[in-house]
Ligand binder design. Structure first.
Ligand code: G6P
Length: 608
């Protein structure tokens, strides 16, 4: 959500900023802009719509001269997407320009105050307040000025700032919105995320809350909110730039679907040693684990769906009661968090605002938090008591695929590990599960080999108006994810229902030809779900079934069947989700939608 890039060095800034913003497109945006300092003036160009419009306006950046600049992709919150509301914003004299990711919660109060002091506002944004506040407090010293502004604004922000008076400096500050600093040779960068700068450097600093950064082309200095200089440790990004490029695939989403076998292997293998699950990063002792009385899994979007699935596995394998909550609900519902509670926060980005708030709520009440996170060094990773990284690599498509799959596998590992420690998993079952866990990547690969079958079916349904997904138990949990994948990228209305719940309302929506996708991978529940299939078919539904290869369904039972390899009953969602992802993907492609950047959505939801 909103992307920030900043550059200072010997090269022309604008093309580098545009290139960086392109790498951040996945975050979601509806307008974009650049501010480049040419040695005399700060020149600003902004455009509504895709980055291509900004490229055309600036001749691929060549029309904006200068070696210091800031760029921004805006996902509208305060004020509609428009040229005026897009960033950078500036003070009246155009001597200060600022880009912002986040929300200034007290902006109305600050705006009123500034208007009384004679300031005029031209946009409807909260960000413009920051530009004028910087002007109001400006005392010739940018770090002191930024610190003053920081003490007055409430909310979340990552800011990139240039001052005309300081032509050889670039400034940044953050609180609760992501920001990194990239260190190159005679050039330095700021960015919302690593892919924006990876072409130029692997050396990065992760900025902590309320830290101010001053960059020149040679140095980077860090200050705390009391304007005292602080030392920070540089990190090296280990993954390769190709991981953030399409490598011949038509879309990032398809590439990431295909990367799932590797992502699963990378997440599972390092945690299996000599036939045992070893989760080195957990600082919990066996005693601590035995003392867990209750687990809350808290997350948003697909990560929440992974949590719904994890509940079945943890309760089954470790016999610990699990409650799964949407982070946006958990944070405000005053949950009962007693001693012996563990909160697991799942997040691909590690920057989702509601998930961060839920984490802080739990911690403030003395509860231990375990983060299952994909982005190394992200806020949730840093603030959790324990972090288990999912090694999916960078995920660019807004609709998650490989990160979701690795979240499932992390939950399996955890459930088995807890089950072993607590003695709730019989030895035989533990080894059976372990064997199947290790085979999951190959089985996912097998399903990918059958993609034409799904593509063929998807092409028939590009015109669908409503699609229902049904299943029981974990098949219901994976249906939630299948339904989300379809609706978010193809804009077809879709719902997932626990199959047994159909009769309580949803069945009235079934008409002649309505597509119902039924997932039935749990042997113990086959017959029950088949009854539900019969019910909807009787009312005219066309049924696509996803089931295990040994559960042969005849034409009388389902209209079209996708068979997946057999695995342990707890792991079937990891296989069932693959055809559902491919189905969503191909329907979206067939409808000509922007698969990787669906309308109105952002990859990383950094505002509430
Ligand atoms: C957005 C993304 C989803 C993601 C959700 C939670 O809605 O589009 O793919 O599941 O945020 O994000 P997180 O980074 O916390 O997993």
């Amino acid at each position: 959500m909103c992307g920030i890039v900043g550059y200072i060095g010997n090269q022309e800034a604008a093309p580098i900023l545009l290139d960086g913003l392109t790498k951040l497109e996945y975050r979601g945006y509806d307008s974009a802009g650049l501010a480049v300092f040419d040695g005399e003036n700060i020149n600003i160009v902004k455009a509504k719509g895709r980055l291509q419009v900004l490229r055309e306006l600036t001749g691929d950046g060549k029309a904006l001269k200068g070696c210091i600049g800031i760029g921004h992709t805006r996902w509208a919150t305060h004020g509609a997407p428009s040229v005026t509301n897009s960033h950078p914003h500036h003070n009246a004299k155009e001597t200060i320009a600022v880009v912002h990711n986040g929300i200034i919660e007290n902006y109305m109060k600050l705006k009123e105050k500034l208007i009384k002091k004679g300031y005029t506002f031209i946009s409807e944004t909260d960000t413009e307040v920051v530009a004028h506040l910087l002007d109001y407090y400006y005392n010739g010293n940018p770090v002191e000025t930024i610190a003053k502004v920081m003490h007055r604004v409430e909310g979340s922000y990552a800011l990139g700032i240039i001052f005309k008076d300081h032509p050889d400096k670039l400034y940044a500050v953050r609180k609760d919105s992501p920001l990194i600093v990239g260190v190159g040779e005679h050039e330095n960068f700021i960015a919302s995320d690593v892919p924006a700068i990876l072409k130029y450097t692997r050396n990065v600093y992760f900025i902590e809350n309320e830290e101010i950064v001053e960059l020149s082309k040679k140095d980077v200095h860090f200050y705390n909110s009391d304007v005292e200089e602080i030392e920070k440790e540089m990190s090296e990004v280990k993954w390769d730039i190709s991981a953030a490029e399409k490598s011949g695939y038509e879309h990032f989403m398809l590439k990431e679907i295909y990367e799932q076998p590797k992502a699963l292997r990378d997440t599972i293998s390092p945690r299996v040693k000599n036939g045992e699950i070893v989760i080195d990063e957990l600082t919990m002792t066996e005693e601590d684990i035995k003392n867990i009385k209750k687990i809350f899994i808290v997350a948003c979007g697909s990560a929440y769906h992974a949590g719904v699935n994890g509940k079945y596995v943890i309760e089954g394998a470790a016999r610990i009661p699990v409650e799964v909550d949407l982070a946006s609900e958990f944070r405000y519902r005053n949950p009962i968090l007693e001693e012996g509670t563990l909160v697991i926060i799942i997040s691909q980005s590690g920057e989702t605002a509601d998930s961060i708030a839920a984490l802080r709520e739990a911690k403030s009440r003395g509860i231990k938090v375990l983060g299952i996170v994909n982005v190394v060094g992200s806020t949730i990773a840093r603030e959790s008591d324990n972090v288990m990284y999912t090694w999916a690599g960078p995920e660019i498509a807004v609709a998650t695929t490989k990160a979701y799959s690795t979240q499932l596998s992390a939950l399996y590992l955890l459930a088995m590990y807890f089950g072993k420690v607590k003695g709730t998993l019989a030895k035989e079952e533990y080894s059976d599960m372990l064997k199947e866990l290790m085979l999951l990547p190959d089985k996912v690969q097998t399903i990918l080999g059958d993609k034409e079958n799904i593509q063929f079916f998807a092409n028939r349904y590009v015109g669908a108006k409503d699609v229902f997904f049904i299943g029981r138990g974990q098949d219901y949990a994976v249906s939630l994810e299948g339904s989300l994948k379809l609706k978010e990228i193809s804009y077809i209305h879709s719902e997932a229902y626990a199959a047994g719940e159909l009769k309580h309302g949803t069945i009235s929506l079934i008409e002649e030809g309505t597509l119902v996708t039924a997932v039935l991978t749990n042997e113990e529940l086959y017959k029950k779900t088949i009854s539900n299939i019969v019910e909807v078919r009787t009312r005219g539904a066309f049924v696509l079934a996803v089931t295990n290869e040994d559960n042969i369904l005849d034409k009388e039972t389902a209209d079209y069947v996708i068979y997946i390899p057999k695995t342990h009953k707890y792991f079937t969602s990891s296989l069932a989700v693959v055809p559902l992802q491919l189905f969503g993907y191909y329907v979206s492609v067939g409808r000509g939608c922007d698969v990787d950047k669906p309308r109105n959505l952002a990859k990383s939801v950094t505002v509430e």
